[in-house]
Each structure stands twice: as C-alpha cells, then as structure tokens.
Design a protein around this ligand. Structure first.
Ligand code: ADP
Ligand code: NA
Length: 340
C-alpha cells in the first residue's frame, strides 16, 4: 500500500485566476502540512489546444512562480513540469488502451471545449482524461485536490485504475500486489469556492480562456484592476441576505460571497453574519480590500520570481529529477505487469 500522497496539476495556459487559486492552489498549500505532495505544471495538457511556443515557455515558468508565491515549498515537496518526466506520456498510452471510447464520449469538458467543431479538434483533447489519469496514477496518488470541474475526470481515473487492476489481476498478484496495483484515488473538492463563477455571467465558470478580461481576477492584477473588475461585477438589485438560504437563485451574490468566504477562510454563513442586509456597493468595497490584501503579495512575489527564469528552471529540473524516481519505478512495474 502507498501512504497518503497528493497529486495535482495546473495548465500553463496563461491568465492564472482567482478560481485557480481558491479552487486549487490555495488548497495545495494547505495540504503540505499533512501529506506528501506532488504539484505539476501540466504542459502536455496545454498543447491539446495549440499554444504559441514562446508563450508556452513563459507560462510554464509563470505557473511555477505562482505555486511558489502562494506558499508551496519545492524542497519539502515536489514541483515539476510534466513533459520533463516521460512516464506521463508512456502511462497515458497504456491508459488509452485501457479506457473505453464510450467512457471518453461521456466527458462533458470535451463536449464544452470541442463545441460544434468536433471533427477539427485534436485527438489529444479527446484523450486528455487518460493523460490526467496517468499523471495521478504514475505516483499512485491517493488524493487529488481540484475544482468541481474536474470531478468527472477523477471518476474516470478511478474507472481506469479499477479496470487495469481487474484486466491484469493475476499478473498484478504475481508481482506481489495483493490489493490491486493502482489505488482508487479520492478527489478533494471542498470549501466555499469549488466553482468560482465569471464576474460577468453567473452561469459560466471563471476561466482562463474567457475573452472578457472583466470576467476574471488574475493573480497578477494590481489594486486598480481588481477594484475595476469587482465594481463592474454583475449583481442583482437586492441587498445581501442574512442567511445562506437566501443566496439560492442569486448566482452572482452567491459567487461573490463564496469568494469572500474562501479568501478569508470563513464559511458563507459567517460572511453573511457580517454583511447580511448590506448593499452590494459596501460589500464590493470590502471584497476589493480583502482581495488586494490576499493577492497583492502573491502577484508581487510572482513578478519577482519571473524576473529570474534560471532560478525557476533550476527548481523544475530538481523537481523532475525527484518525480522521475517514483515515475520510473511505476513504469517499470506497469510494463512488467502488462507483459511489455
Ligand atoms: P482552467 O480550467 O482555468 O483552464 P486548469 O484546467 O489548469 O485551469 O485547472 C487548474 C485547477 O484550477 C483545477 O484544479 C481546476 O479544477 C481549478 N479551477 C479552474 N477553474 C476554476 C474555477 N472557476 N473555480 C474553481 N476551481 C477552478
Ligand atoms: Na480546468
């Protein structure tokens, strides 16, 4: 059995935003206290959609800088870049041969990203969840902190682990693993901001690819930018409710209260104890102060780190060296189990 081990990743596709922070990176930081953690810049996922090569290199360093600026310790844990550890691509191929077409056909993220142009998206975009399963299971990770949008992919990861364990059951047992080879990894989706919504549209998630800059708060935004975006954020005409129940059917209010709660490590109910009956103008002013207090130091530290690309690259090289020790052993065992 493998001890508790956390794995998660963020794509280097630019525009790191408050949703990535509250739904993922802030929680990566907290898990370092209790778990062995492996955090990955998933560049192989990024290229499922065409990326400008020069920008991609910069975005790989930017995600690394964000991890560190948010408080991930790359010495105590592992921070690395996916493409530097060849086991991700190797295990993904094996999982392409384990997962079924029908399973991938059900993935809602693919349907959303492919839209109507299904014939013209990359094969990689379709097979993306197999690579994600490989990322996690290469380290036989037991827990994966993610936002709500990744829930279905985590279920697929468990299905792949289960099918591999069954398909190769006798061979796995012969190699000395009594309870299957891969764990059934648990998603960690928790807190008041598992799905941060766009500031412009309470029905859409905050996303890197939204064409409107006003839809998201980026980790590198300065005070004026944050203030402008929050001021323009869509709301409704009612004052804030005094109880969480009152947020039902009010997606924009629910979103802003959730953001406030997650940034201040409180529950939505607690935030409404302070701001229930307040007008949005007053609540938004408090939210700007809070967001600037929490994100300001992160943005500044990111800029400082980004000014020294060689230092970031050294962290990634060291992290990949340490990740490879675990990954290479898994690949050797998996090949043996499969008969390759
Ligand atoms: P994006 O979806 O912004 O392109 P990634 O796919 O790299 O970013 O996701 C990185 C992490 O951020 C994942 O754990 C994902 O679930 C989380 N995440 C992305 N968007 C949001 C959001 N709007 N709210 C909460 N978590 C999010
Ligand atoms: Na995502």
């Amino acid at each position: 059995a493998v001890a508790d081990r956390v794995f998660s990743g963020v794509q280097p596709t630019g525009n790191l935003h408050l949703g990535n922070y509250l739904g993922a990176i802030k929680r990566f930081v907290a898990l370092q206290e209790s778990h062995e953690c492996i955090y990955c810049v998933v560049d192989l996922h990024a290229i499922t959609v065409w990326q400008d090569p020069v920008e991609l290199k910069r975005h790989i360093r930017e995600v690394t800088a964000a991890f560190i600026a948010c408080g991930i310790d790359p010495k105590a844990h592992i921070v690395f870049n996916q493409s530097q550890v060849s086991g991700h691509a190797e295990l993904a191929w094996i999982f392409n041969c384990v997962a079924r077409m029908g399973w991938l056909n059900r993935m809602t993220q693919f349907k959303e990203k492919a839209g109507k142009d299904r014939e013209n998206v990359s094969v990689g975009l379709f097979a993306y969840p197999d690579l994600m399963a490989a990322d996690i299971l290469l380290y036989r990770a037991t827990h994966v902190p993610v936002g709500e949008d990744q829930k279905q992919h985590l279920e697929l990861t468990r299905d792949i682990a289960q099918k591999f364990n069954t398909d190769f059951g006798p061979s796995i047992a012969a190699h000395g693993h009594a309870d299957g080879y891969f764990p059934l990894t648990e998603p960690l989706i928790a807190g008041p901001a598992t799905r941060v919504m766009s500031l412009r549209d309470g029905a859409k998630k905050m996303s890197k690819s939204d064409p409107s800059d006003f839809s998201r708060i980026n980790l590198t935004d300065d005070r004026d930018t944050i203030a402008g975006k929050v001021r323009k954020a869509k709301t409704d005409p009612e004052p804030l409710p005094t109880e969480e129940e009152g947020l039902k059917g009010r997606p924009e209010a629910d979103n802003l209260v959730g953001i406030f709660a997650a940034l201040s490590d409180r529950t939505k109910a607690d935030v409404l104890k302070d701001y229930g009956t307040a007008q949005f103008s007053a609540f938004k002013a408090a939210l700007v102060d809070l967001a600037v207090e929490k994100l300001g130091p992160i943005g500044a530290e990111m800029q400082r780190l980004m000014a020294e690309p060689a230092a970031i690259d050294a962290i990634l090289i060291d992290g990949a060296d340490r990740a490879r020790v675990i990954a290479d052993q898994t690949i050797a065992e998996v090949k043996d189990i499969v008969g390759l």
